[in-house]
Design a binder for this molecule. Structure first.
Ligand code: KG4
Ligand code: ZN
Length: 328
């Protein structure tokens, strides 16, 4: 089954052609980073308007890169949420319109489920269950237990900032460009252990996270002056990676998970990839970088699976904007 998938939940306009939920024949992503950089964050209205400009060209490019036309497409999927309402509406309505115009089956897909299913786009044997998923993106930090396809039990998550959000805010405090995550990671390469110590919120042994204290600690250091940007970046990254890794490996052990699936933009972080692989008691899967950050191939991966099970969404289905694991 060949699915045309569309994603526009935040500031990336993306389309992909995915076969049987496992092979991305194309994956086109038009980033808006340059547009938002001068504001230091994503401006929702600017994002929606840019999606309007880009959505059709990006879909055309995805079809062309997959060497096919709409005649070769069997079904259409679009990201339904969570995300920015104005952004979601553009891609979701484009997907609906194509499905309607071509009389094709349609599915609305949860963006977070998409991040996890990026792990199905990697060549080789499929992930096995029960699995523990760590979803770390700009808006979410969740530990989710999967007993099977489409079965999600959220067992932990952030009580304040998401991991990516913390990277972005610290990047801004250190005067680094938007989005902070990759820039903090790059600066950290020049830094190392110093007398600086940042707190690690263990949250009393629960599987929840808190990153706002860490951010405040960085703020105090910056206000006090006399600091090294690379050393703060290094210590901050180590603190985030340490708690994410410690809780993920402990929960995987406790649940008897046979694999850990890592997902979301922060999964592109090299130190996180290394530490998880070293400290988790079971094999750790992490998608290649281009499938960690927002893309439409991951939406096609979920859709391939769900279409295979005969699932369909009605064309009058609404979007949703907040994190809801029950809405998958
Ligand atoms: O999943 P994603 O592309 O979009 C959301 O759904 O939020 O994640 C974006 C987040 C941003 O906060 C970005 O700073 C972070 O992922 N990120 C990173 C790295 N690359 C992207 N954070 C740390 N290290 C990286 N290498
Ligand atoms: Zn995302």
């Amino acid at each position: 089954m060949q699915v045309l998938a569309i994603e526009s939940s935040c500031d990336e306009t993306a389309a992909a052609v995915v076969v049987d939920g496992r092979v991305a024949r194309s994956s086109i992503v038009a980033s808006q980073i340059d547009l938002h950089a001068k504001y230091g964050g994503v401006v929702p209205e600017v994002a929606s308007r840019q999606h309007l400009r880009k959505i059709i060209p990006v879909i055309e490019e995805a079809l062309e890169a997959a060497d096919c036309t709409l005649d070769d497409i069997d079904a259409v999927a679009g990201t339904r949420g969570p995300g920015l309402a104005g952004s979601l509406l553009v891609g979701y309505n484009a997907a609906k319109a194509i499905a309607f115009g071509r009389d094709l089956p349609f599915l609305g897909i949860n963006h977070l489920e998409g991040h996890i299913y990026a792990n199905w786009l990697v060549e080789g044997p499929e992930p096995r269950f029960p699995a523990l998923a760590l979803v770390v993106s700009g808006g979410h930090t969740d530990l989710v237990f999967m007993r099977g396809h489409g079965e999600y039990e959220r067992l932990g998550g952030t009580r304040d900032d998401a991991a990516g959000e913390a990277f972005d805010k610290v990047g801004r405090l250190l005067g680094l460009p938007f989005p902070g995550g990759p820039h903090v990671a790059k600066k950290a390469l020049e830094g190392g252990k110093s007398s600086l110590h940042l707190p690690r919120a263990r949250m009393g042994g629960t599987y929840d996270f808190s990153f706002s204290g860490l951010k405040t600690a960085v703020l105090h250091i910056v206000h006090a002056g006399q600091y090294s940007v690379p050393d703060i970046a290094w210590e901050f990254q180590e603190a985030v990676v340490d708690v994410l890794t410690e809780k993920t490996s402990r929960l995987a052990q406790e649940l008897g998970a046979v694999e850990v699936l890592v997902a979301g933009g922060v999964a592109a972080n090299q130190r996180l990839r290394e530490e998880l692989r070293e400290r988790c008691p079971v094999p750790v899967r992490i998608p290649p970088m281009h499938f960690c950050t927002d893309n439409a191939a991951m939406i096609g991966a979920v859709a391939g699976h769900r279409f295979g099970l005969g699932q369909r969404s009605p064309l009058d289905e609404d979007i949703f904007t907040t994190n809801q694991w029950s809405r998958v």
